[in-house]
Design a protein around this ligand. Structure first.
Ligand code: XIL
Length: 367
């Protein structure tokens, strides 16, 4: 699916027949045996809990009620990305993003902005722009988008995924890096700091949870980049770690916790921004796979939450009913043969063992 198709579909869904407002449905009693919402458990542990949402929020009243019950903060899965907001070089298309921000404000939720500058998902017009035009395009984009929502977005992913998905040490290729080199990151943060002085400025990155060459390389490169940014006097408030866990990749608690402490020592907060678990390597029926997912989450989250700087936990979606791992293009790309079950609630919106594992780690948090 192309980006513009995706954007159009989302926009239509959000602006369609279903008004984007709090659900009055009461089908929630059966969704979990744990009476305490994750957001409340999180708050007691010094954390904010939230999730990313898409058109599912407008079209599915039961899902909307679940999101309202369980979360304190929402992020747009796609609606605030550059390609979604920028149909062409001169205009902005804010309908879907506006609807989400309004929904959050009407329902007492805070909003995370994801994401201003990313080398992935660029619209064709951006790829075709001349290198000399990129600084101006960037400034205008950040100033317009952050300015529009100034004071209403708790944190912004100013730059998403700075490093390469194959070689953690190199910059991720794409139009911004190609046109501006590493300066694209510095300029984005400098511009963002002025455009919304209240929003926390976040650098969001993938794969640091792995302890293979990619994960270790990305950790090293990220810490060095933070140091370069601080040397330049740039404001950066938090590091976002996506935490799309891949249990078939190497991982060790101690190494990951040591990395989190390195970030903490640099005075930054840490957000786990896109938590879900790729369970393609787990065997067995649903119950067996769900148990393995829960065990993996319990181990990972217990380690991560032992670090005080970790202030936010967001899942990428909330129910298996809506997860990016089920998008046909992604299933094809990764050769997935069965529907993924990476999230705390199942297709029927019932709580899974993963939800209980998340609740347990938060209740046990000592940091
Ligand atoms: C994903 C969305 O979930 C999908 O709907 C879309 O097709 C592609 O992008 N890391 C990120 C997110 O930072 O923006 C990505 O979101 C998932 C990986």
């Amino acid at each position: 699916m192309s980006l513009s198709d995706m954007t159009r579909r989302q926009t239509l869904a959000l602006l369609g027949t279903t008004p984007l407002m709090a659900s009055t449905g009461n089908g929630l009693a059966q969704t979990t045996s744990d009476a305490e919402p994750l957001k409340d458990i999180a708050a007691k542990a010094g954390l904010t809990f939230g999730c990313a949402v898409s058109h599912d929020l407008a079209s599915d009243a039961d899902f909307r009620a679940l999101v309202l019950r369980e979360t304190q903060m929402l992020a747009a899965e796609n609606a605030m990305k550059f390609g979604s907001l920028r149909p062409d070089a001169t205009s902005f298309s804010f309908d879907t993003a506006d609807a989400l921000v309004k929904f959050c404000e009407q329902n007492g939720k805070s909003v995370r902005g994801h994401t201003l500058i990313w080398n992935d998902w660029p619209p064709t017009w951006l790829k075709q722009s001349a290198a000399r035009d990129f600084p101006g395009i960037m400034d205008r984009h950040i100033e317009t988008v952050m300015g529009r929502y100034a004071g209403r977005i708790t944190s912004w992913d100013v730059v998403n995924e700075p490093f390469h998905w194959k070689d953690g040490g190199a910059l991720r290729p794409g139009p911004w890096a190609l046109a501006m080199g590493e300066d694209y990151i510095f300029r984005a943060f400098a511009t963002a700091a002025v455009a919304d002085p209240k929003a926390k400025l976040v650098l969001n990155e993938a794969w640091t949870e792995r302890s293979d060459a990619l994960g270790l390389g990305t950790r090293r490169a990220l810490l060095l980049l933070i140091d370069r940014m601080r040397d330049k006097g740039l404001r950066i408030d938090a590091i976002g770690l996506q935490a799309h866990l891949m249990p078939d990749q190497p991982y060790d608690d101690a190494g990951f916790v040591a990395f989190l402490h390195e970030i903490e020592q640099r005075g930054l907060e840490i957000y786990l921004t896109e938590f879900d678990i790729d369970e393609r390597s787990f065997q067995g029926n649903f119950a067996e796979r769900d148990r393995q997912v829960a065990d993996r989450a319990y181990k990972f989250l217990t380690a991560a939450l032992s670090v005080k700087a970790v202030k936010l936990l967001m899942t990428w979606g909330l129910s298996d009913r809506y997860t990016w791992w089920r998008e046909p293009s992604l299933m094809q790309k990764f050769g997935l043969k069965r529907l993924a079950r990476p999230l705390p609630f199942d297709d029927t919106l019932r709580a899974k063992p993963l939800r209980d594992a998340m609740a347990r780690t938060m209740r046990e948090r000592k940091a």
